[in-house]
Design a protein around this ligand. Structure first.
Ligand code: SF4
Ligand code: SF4
Length: 282
């Protein structure tokens, strides 16, 4: 029971990711009309369109005909992640996260988490360059270019349509993350994650760090897949984790044994004011 509570966000994230995959599978095999399509374009209850913003942009750049459903779908997703969820798509929805988390776990268990065959710090922002590159390629080829190689689409197709060859690309991602570059795909390359970082940069849900409780043990920094968002704050100041690449996965909160981290609602709950009051009364 203790470990369920300790890993509550991890368990909820896996339930969320697997439920979404199951619903795509059920739509394809049994005609269940709860969530139909794929992670680029879905329909909820056969009525509400949901469009991935990066897939939408690729279609725009490719000169495709944009239907009203696609526009409504992208507005819904932009409002949800832009106002509320931040980059939560990456840790709560995207199935590839299960593979990359597994690769990170293998790295930790085999004690070579810092061994990279590529200089990680130099290419952290490559994902933004790649995001733009794929839009240019979409314009040139007249099709949504990243969709052809996207492991996200492949994962969904592999499960929903049981396409065997899609697993090969997913295995490549696993090997890359586990043995070539720590958090290589999601933390350095994936343009969809880069897009959601930008979309969710001002969202309400944020991790709050309370410096008064922090013992500088560094457990959060070890587990975080984007630990460059934690390092400016941990053991330095009480503040929100405002780095746009935070995926709101909640792992840092779960591994912190000192209650120094928690989810909170930026703009709505004024944690900064609360902290100033504490300092004044001490
Ligand atoms: S970075 Fe890309 S592959 Fe990774 S979780 Fe986010 S969308 Fe999925
Ligand atoms: S800061 Fe915490 S919630 Fe954000 S990505 Fe890192 S571990 Fe996840």
């Amino acid at each position: 029971m203790g470990s369920i509570i300790k890993n509550r966000y991890l368990i909820l994230r896996r339930i969320s990711q697997l439920t979404i995959l199951f619903l795509y599978f059920a739509a394809n095999y049994w005609g269940l009309k709860i969530l139909m399509g794929n992670l680029s374009f879905s329909k909820l209850f056969n009525t509400i369109p949901l469009t991935d913003p990066y897939a939408f942009l690729q279609m725009l750049f490719a000169g495709a005909v944009i239907s009203s459903d696609l526009i409504i779908g992208v507005v819904i997703i932009l409002l949800f992640y832009g106002l509320i969820g931040g980059r939560a798509y990456c840790s709560w929805v995207c199935p590839v996260n299960m593979i990359t988390d597994f690769a990170a776990w293998v790295r930790r268990k085999t004690h070579h988490e810092k061994d990279n065959l590529i200089n990680a710090t130099k290419i952290r922002n490559f994902r933004y360059v790649f995001m733009v590159m794929m839009l240019i390629v979409s314009t040139v080829v007249g099709a949504a270019a990243f969709e052809f190689i996207s492991p996200i689409g492949m994962f969904t197709r592999a499960v929903a349509f049981t396409l065997g060859f899609s697993w090969v690309w997913l295995l490549v991602i696993f090997i890359f993350d586990a043995f070539v570059l720590k958090n290589g795909w999601c933390g350095h390359i994936c343009p969809v994650g880069a897009m959601y970082s930008i979309v969710g940069s001002k969202s309400i849900i944020r991790v709050w760090h309370n410096k008064d409780n922090c013992t500088a043990c560094g457990e959060c920094l070890k587990i975080c897949p984007e630990n460059q968002v934690l390092s400016p704050v941990i053991d330095k100041k009480s503040d929100y984790i405002s780095g746009i690449e935070c995926t709101n996965c909640g792992r840092c909160i779960e591994v912190c044994n000192d209650n120094a981290l928690e989810f909170t609602l930026r703009y709505i709950i004024n944690k900064k004011g609360e902290n100033n009051e504490k300092t004044a009364t001490n």
